[in-house]
Structure formats: structure tokens, C-alpha cells
Design a binder for this molecule. Structure first.
Ligand SMILES: Nc1ncnc2c1ncn2[C@@H]1O[C@H](COP(=O)(O)OP(=O)(O)O)[C@@H](O)[C@H]1O
Ligand SMILES: [Mg+2]
Length: 299
């Protein structure tokens, strides 16, 4: 069965999209079958992986974008999958195994204009359609905006695990705290739609520190985060297995450059990847993170 995972934090700019895209790429490189859903209307992950030309075509009509399953309601999740999304200049497949369901800017209309059947909230519609393709994957990942509004709810409701990207600062800790509160509320709100076969509602399973500068000591913010996590675990508001990941992702220029190149960092040439004196670089961080995620038992 596919592991279904959302990356989310109530703080923006912590690196949710960079982490999920590069972790997805690392998982695909390990031979896992990976499907990434972009649930952030800003479309960062979609523009990144499709590159602007291909994404523009989808944005112009909305056809092929996730919002089409809600409005006009004719789209089906299974038909929206862009197989082996990462392509080179002449359309050659660069990363087999990494698929994407893209979004465009119209996803924002889900939050206001959309008036569906109140007995069938968007997350339920999405979840039913996801079932048709789940068996094709080892990992299904959801990139979410920094909130739990309707678009995010689709990812959160379908997920069994949640990971929280964080920077070593107070705002990330506040974002995490707020996330756990809002998660709790959403799980209550959606409880009547949850069937036993769906498994337990997703709790936080891990915190991942991102964008760590060399020589910066993050022990204190890490300790604060650990204390908060322990409180949530005691209160059963985080998964028993929840932990701060041993792997942290360094701050590296190539992560920002990769976006402009339309490639996951793992496909940017090694010498561009800020290899330090030991040859160790941010690509290794993402690979380690993917390994740690694979080995992180569900509870
Ligand atoms: N490890 C990193 N090193 C350097 N820059 C990073 C790293 N991770 C993320 N960034 C940059 O930080 C900014 C915010 O990251 P992004 O992934 O878009 O965050 P979010 O999805 O949480 O809003 C982007 O410009 C991104 O390129
Ligand atoms: Mg993002």
C-alpha cells in the first residue's frame, strides 16, 4: 500500500516545496514509484517540475489541473497524472518514477467560489478518486500551502503521515504549534466522513530542519522543538513515533538555482551542488532524508 504523506507547516517559506520535490526525486532515484500532488495554488512545485512552458499551457485552460475535479467537475484524478514529469530540453525523460498532478492558479477558487454539495466536501471527492490509482505507487506526497483550508484538506484527509519542515527559528515553532491545533479541529470536522479502511487521521510523524547554514548551532531551537513535540506526544496529539529527523538539509545556493533550471537538485550537476571539501553536498542530505523516511516506521 502506498504511504501517503503531507508536508505542511503553518509558516510559509520554511522549505516545504523544496523538501518535498527533492525528497520525491531522491525516492524515485531509489526506485520507488512516487506521485506528487501540488495543492498550493501558488503552483511552485508544478512550475518547477513542468517548467514554465508546459505549465503555462495547463494554466491557460485549467485542463489537466487538480481544480478540474471540482470545477467543472469533469476531471478525474487518474487522468491528471503527468507520468515521469521531469524532462530534458528535447522531451527526454530524466527521472522515471516521479509523477506529478499539477495545480494552476485557479485552485484558489476552491476556497471561495466553489459551492459543491455540502454532503460531499472536496476532500471526500478527492479521496474517492485517489483510490483508483493508489496501488500504482509506493509514495504519494502532498505539497500543501501553510494552512488547512480546502486545498490542504484534500492532502491532509488522504494522508496517514504528516511531516513538518522547519527552520531553526521561533516562527517555525509557532507554525508547528498552530498546525497541530488546526489538525485536531479538522480531524473532528471530518470524522463523520472517515471510514475504518482509511486508517487513522494523520498526525505529525516527524519534523525536518531545513536550510541550515554551516557553522550555525541549532541546538537551542532544536531542543525547544523537541520539548513541544514531547508535549504533543504526551497529549496524544502527535504520533507515538514522531521525532525530529536526524537528517537536516543544509542551506545551499543550488536549491534556489534548481528551481530556475526546472530540475530537482539531484539532477543538477554534482559540481554545481556546492560540494564541500569532502565532496559531501546537499544532494547527499536529500538522499539521507529519503532513506530515513523509508525507514521511519508508521505508528
Ligand atoms: N536548503 C535550502 N538552501 C537554500 N535555499 C533554500 C533551501 N530550502 C529552501 N530554500 C529556498 O527558500 C525559499 C522558500 O522555500 P520553499 O520550498 O518555496 O518554501 P515553502 O514551500 O515552505 O514556502 C525558496 O526560495 C527556496 O529556494
Ligand atoms: Mg511551497
Amino acid at each position: 500500500m502506498a504511504r501517503k504523506i503531507s508536508f505542511i507547516n503553518y509558516k510559509g517559506g520554511v522549505g516545504k516545496t523544496s523538501l518535498i520535490v527533492n525528497t520525491a526525486a531522491a525516492l524515485a532515484k531509489m526506485g520507488k514509484r512516487v506521485l506528487l500532488f501540488d495543492f498550493d495554488t501558488q503552483s511552485n512545485a508544478s512550475i518547477w517540475l513542468l517548467k514554465l512552458d508546459r505549465w503555462n499551457k495547463i494554466n491557460a485552460t485549467g485542463e489537466g489541473a487538480i481544480y478540474s475535479i471540482f470545477d467543472p467537475g469533469r476531471g478525474q484524478v487518474k487522468d491528471l497524472v503527468v507520468k515521469d514529469v521531469v524532462e530534458g530540453k528535447s522531451g527526454e525523460k530524466l527521472l522515471p518514477g516521479l509523477d506529478l498532478v499539477p495545480t494552476t492558479f485557479n485552485l484558489v477558487d476552491l476556497e471561495n467560489e466553489y459551492t459543491g454539495d455540502p454532503k460531499r466536501p472536496p476532500y471526500l471527492v478527492f479521496h474517492e478518486q485517489l483510490a483508483a490509482i493508489e496501488a500504482n505507487y509506493d509514495f504519494i506526497l502532498f505539497d500543501c500551502p501553510p494552512n488547512i483550508l480546502r486545498a490542504s484538506q484534500c492532502g491532509v484527509f488522504a494522508s496517514n503521515e504528516i511531516y513538518v519542515p522547519a527552520n531553526p527559528d521561533a516562527l517555525s515553532l509557532i507554525g508547528f504549534t498552530l498546525l497541530v491545533e488546526k489538525l485536531q479541529k479538522f480531524h473532528q470536522l471530518s470524522a463523520s466522513f472517515r471510514r475504518a479502511a482509511m486508517g487513522a487521521p494523520a498526525q505529525v510523524h516527524g519534523i525536518i530542519f531545513n536550510s541550515i547554514k554551516t557553522g550555525v548551532d541549532i541546538e537551542v531551537p532544536k531542543m525547544r522543538m523537541q520539548l513541544r513535540l514531547n508535549q504533543f506526544k504526551t497529549a496524544k496529539r502527535a504520533a507515538p513515533v514522531a521525532k525530529i529527523f536526524d537528517t537536516q538539509i543544509r542551506d545551499a545556493m543550488v536549491v534556489r538555482r534548481a528551481v530556475a533550471l526546472g530540475l530537482p537538485v539531484a539532477l543538477v550537476s554534482a559540481e554545481a551542488a556546492d560540494a564541500g571539501p569532502t565532496g559531501d553536498n546537499v544532494i547527499t542530505d536529500y538522499r539521507k532524508l529519503a532513506n530515513e523516511l523509508v525507514g521511519h516506521v508508521q505508528g
